[in-house]
Design a protein around this ligand. Sequence first.
Ligand code: ZN
Length: 441
Amino acid sequence: MSGSTTYEGQLCCAICGDAILPPTPEPSASLRWQTEAVLLSDPDQEFEQLERHYRGGKKRGAPRLDPHVGQEIQKDRAHVIEGDRLRILPAEEENEEGEEENPGRERECVRANNSYIYEENDQWAVTPYYIATHGACLEVAEDTMRRSPHDIIVRDLRTLWKALRMRFEVDDSYYMSTVTGAVSRPQRVQLPHGYYMPFQPSRLASGDPLVEHSATDSLVGDHERWEASYPLFVPKLTSAILENLRSLPPATAAIPESLAFQKRFLALPPELRDHVCSFLVSRNGMRSACNGLLPQWVWRDVLLTGKCLPFLPEIDASVVQGFCTLWEEEEEEGRGRELNWEFLVRRLSQEDWSIWDAESSSLKVPNGLRNRRRVWQLVEEMYVGDLVPVQRTTQGTYCVAVPRYWGRAGELVYPVMRIKVGSKDKQQLLGGSLGSHLPAA
Ligand SMILES: [Zn+2]
């Protein structure tokens, strides 16, 4: 079982919640992706436009502002120098010969999750608010926004930006409201679901983290931290998924009613069969009980096309074919058992991806895939204003209040409101499905 992780002094990815590591001369292959950061920033400074106009939400009588926003959210590759300081890398750092392009260009150093006013040529200016993510997590998030079949809210980069920016606004407000003023940066926004990592506990949410190992470790004991595994490319993914077929009970013979349905289903044109299969998509996973209404090869195709399991699009058809051929040879002795593709797809759809104790899961899923699914879930549940101020401690009085400029989908809200601890109008905390993922206290 994994232990808990401390993120003290660590810059963390705003999407997945795990550490963004400084590059080392010889990074291990498994950790390298965590050193490759991308900074998100808004060239139009929409938040700052709104903040100035409404003075942080306090000037409720101000006329409605429709900020000028025409540019995309900017993405800059960067490396951590130390703490929350990063160096922005030129867009094309090296050409094919390994020579650095624009060698004279000075690499810019910035601070993440922060902005401040500075003077330049007798003018006051505000630094861009850079939000730091892992480049890989941002790729997964963009894939989720593009391909999720569910009714999700965050579908574009600007909405993702707004959701993350408002989380930091809540978090920043805690620091600004403390009397001591000891601002501990870089901060990691504490979320009630703890980013669906092992042992996430209410203790972390209350600012009392368990200290067992550092976020720079990829191993805990003999186990790789699955929540720190590279989510984009998963080696031998198809064969790892197929191995589960051996441990699942083979399909039982279909009953006459199921066979009659199968006959009618197979008589449909392919377009209609695809349409029927599209209804298998379920946000909370399919039911575990197999009903045999669809032939097993249809379930195999459901797995291959990735339509019902969109976070798993790269199943290799040739590996599946080889596996099936081997199975048929082994089954030659006349037992005639069928592989239970239906059960496999149902199990994959309902696997508890936020599981605290992944090693004990009966379904063996590669760590990178489990981590990818975690990020999918985080993005699918995200909305603007999904973090509201809560009472973090019983000691002292917090006067945390954050302006609400946008609604859940990022639409402008007028008049602007200030959300305080205990506000009756505060929005629902991090989605309706959260409760089912929280571990028992
Ligand atoms: Zn990440």
